[in-house]
Design a protein around this ligand. Structure first.
Ligand SMILES: Nc1ncnc2c1ncn2[C@@H]1O[C@H](COP(=O)(O)OP(=O)(O)OP(=O)(O)O)[C@@H](O)[C@H]1O
Ligand SMILES: [Mg+2]
Length: 547
């Protein structure tokens, strides 16, 4: 049964309406004769519909009362009016859902107006809920769409980053091969320059006019050797000597060495993680990483400034990708080196890891520092990230996988110095396919008293060993030769002369020779470029072990 509130100030009229409504089957929940009373009753009774006389006693008329009621309760109002003056009707219309009947009215008229008003109100409410539901749904769909667009933009961004990374690493790889190749050939030449200049130095008067000049040549060759060693690292021709060590300790001791290098106007602050952080890489090359990054920071602060070195644990949950790095999930030791220097433009940032890229004056920078750092970090399974902007300083982040601290290797004991007597006697079979290196080597050895059988390759060495009538005391061989490699030669010679000591020499590192099938402990190794003294020492040592 629909519940009706009547607002009518004439008692006779309101009673009449009440009777008629009850006859029509409605429940009358109250009769109000002023606006305020109507408001109160509406609040208390929550009727389904209000029948409202427009002209009532009091300060507020029916239209205003209706507005106030509807502000609080969503209820339709049917106005009762004695005349249909247009102004009044328009005012009534503005108060919201409404209908009106003009007095005097018949029961049927009253009944249908009420029913239509109720029905209309119901429809409007339904419509409103549907609109609300639809709006909510649209908002949901919109949201979903926005998320999908953001996700596909993110994927596109990541793909672009990855592509750029790939291009960058392919370029670096190519440059690395080139640099490594050049460095390797260069090493042979440096051996010759160093060797002959030392021979000359040993045979001329120290106070003579030539001595200083030749010494300059030798020193230049030393510097060039340091340079080729950097190039070899970059070109990955120099396998890392991996150990597990603690990063904070390493930074502290590197700093002791660095401070004088950085000058007085550069302050260094450290903020190291309180726990030991173990990493797994080449310790001496890691020193190089710290030194290169710090020296770059110093160079970026010609008028002085501050370097901050910090360490932290960085854990990656989902793959972290940007222009420079691509970190798979895991736990990393993060070393950050930040400076307050001149910073870098985008253009410079894009090229800093390229070998030979430098913005420093000729003679000041080789452009190999960061190329090396990049190569060392990558080869250790780590990544390097950089943030910088002109005049905003620079921050390098080096991420290295955290190692299990149990693996930490105990500091290697210093090898016991050999007590061998330098005998410098006996016959050395020498195999080296590079003629200048061969001649130099033979010359150094004969100068100190050895007999040397020189062969230009593996085959000739085997032939010489067959022809030679006296004993052969040692095999000194290059590793990579055009005919047979040094290891194969050593096998063949050992079949003929069991337990003959072998010394391998190479521009490649000792560790990289494993690929030729020899265990490291098995042989003595002479790294090119070598000095005459290196050569003599290693040959004597190998000979003395046999005795
Ligand atoms: N901390 C830094 N602040 C500003 N610019 C830097 C910083 N580190 C590197 N750069 C820029 O990157 C370039 C390349 O650095 P990289 O260390 O490879 O070579 P270099 O310092 O120029 O020479 P080298 O290290 O061989 O002496 C620098 O010339 C410089 O322009
Ligand atoms: Mg540098």
């Amino acid at each position: 049964m629909n519940r009706i509130l009547i607002v009518e100030d004439e008692a006779i009229v309101s009673l009449d309406i009440q009777n008629r409504l009850q006859r029509l089957g409605y429940e009358v929940v109250g009769i109000a004769d002023t606006g305020l009373e109507a408001l109160e009753l509406a609040r208390d009774e929550q009727p389904d519909i209000v029948l409202m006389d427009i002209h009532i006693y009091g300060d507020i008329d029916g239209i205003e009362t209706s507005r106030l009621i509807r502000k609080e309760i969503d209820v339709p109002v049917v106005f009762l009016t004695a005349n249909s003056d247009k102004n009044t009707i328009q005012r009534a219309q503005e108060t919201g859902p409404f209908a009106y009947v003009i007095k005097p009215f018949k029961d049927t008229e009253l009944n249908s107006t009420i029913e239509i008003a109720l029905h209309r109100h119901k429809l409007e409410k339904e419509l409103e809920t549907r609109v609300q539901e639809r709006t909510a749904e649209l908002a949901r769909v919109n949201d979903q769409l926005r998320r999908e667009v953001a996700e596909s933009q993110r994927i596109a961004r990541v793909n672009a980053e990855l592509e750029q990374q790939l291009r960058q690493s392919q370029r670096m790889e190519g440059l690395g091969q080139l640099a490594g190749g050049i460095a390797h050939d260069f090493n042979n030449m440096l051996t010759i320059i160093k060797g002959y200049s030392e021979l000359v130095l040993g045979s001329i008067d120290q106070s003579g006019p030539l001595y200083d000049d030749v010494n300059m040549v030798r020193e230049a060759a030393e510097r060039a050797t340091a340079l080729t060693s950097k190039l070899l690292t970059f070109g990955r021709r120099q396998p890392l000597d991996i150990t597990t060590f603690e990063i904070n300790t390493t930074i502290r001791s590197a700093l002791d060495m660095l401070r004088p290098l950085l000058g007085e106007t550069v302050r260094v602050e450290t903020e190291l993680h309180p726990d030991p952080l173990f990493i797994h890489t080449d310790a001496s090359l890691f020193d190089q990483v710290i030194i290169n990054l710090s020296v770059n920071a110093r160079d970026a602060m010609p008028a002085g400034g501050q370097i901050n070195i910090s360490t932290a644990i960085h854990s990656v949950q989902t793959e972290q990708i940007n222009r420079f790095i691509n970190l798979p999930p895991g736990a990393y030791a993060l070393m950050s080196i930040r400076d307050t220097g001149i910073g870098m433009s985008e253009e410079i940032l894009n090229r800093i890891f390229e070998p030979f890229y430098t913005t420093k004056n000729t003679g000041k920078g080789t452009g190999l520092g960061l190329a090396m750092v990049y190569s060392i970090v990558r080869q250790s399974g780590g990544q390097i990230d950089v943030h910088s902007a002109p005049d905003k300083g620079t921050n390098f982040d080096v991420y290295l996988p955290l190692a299990d601290d149990q693996e930490a290797t105990v500091a290697q004991e210093e090898p016991v110095p050999s007590t061998a007597q330098a005998v410098s006697q006996g016959t050395v079979l020498l195999a080296e396919d590079e003629q200048v290196v061969r001649d130099l080597t033979a010359r150094i050895l004969t100068d100190v008293g050895f007999d040397v059988l020189s062969a230009d390759g593996g085959h000739q060495a085997v032939a010489l060993a067959q022809q030679h009538e006296g004993p052969i005391d040692l095999l000194l061989t290059d590793v990579v030769m055009a005919d047979i490699n040094g290891c194969e030669l050593a096998r063949q010679i050992s079949q003929r002369i069991p337990s003959i000591p072998v010394v391998f020499m190479s521009g490649h590192s000792r560790a990289s020779l494993a690929q030729y099938g020899v265990q490291q402990e098995e042989f003595a190794f002479l790294q090119k470029p070598f000095s005459p003294q290196n050569l003599i020492d290693i040959v004597n040592e190998a000979l003395s072990k046999r005795l």
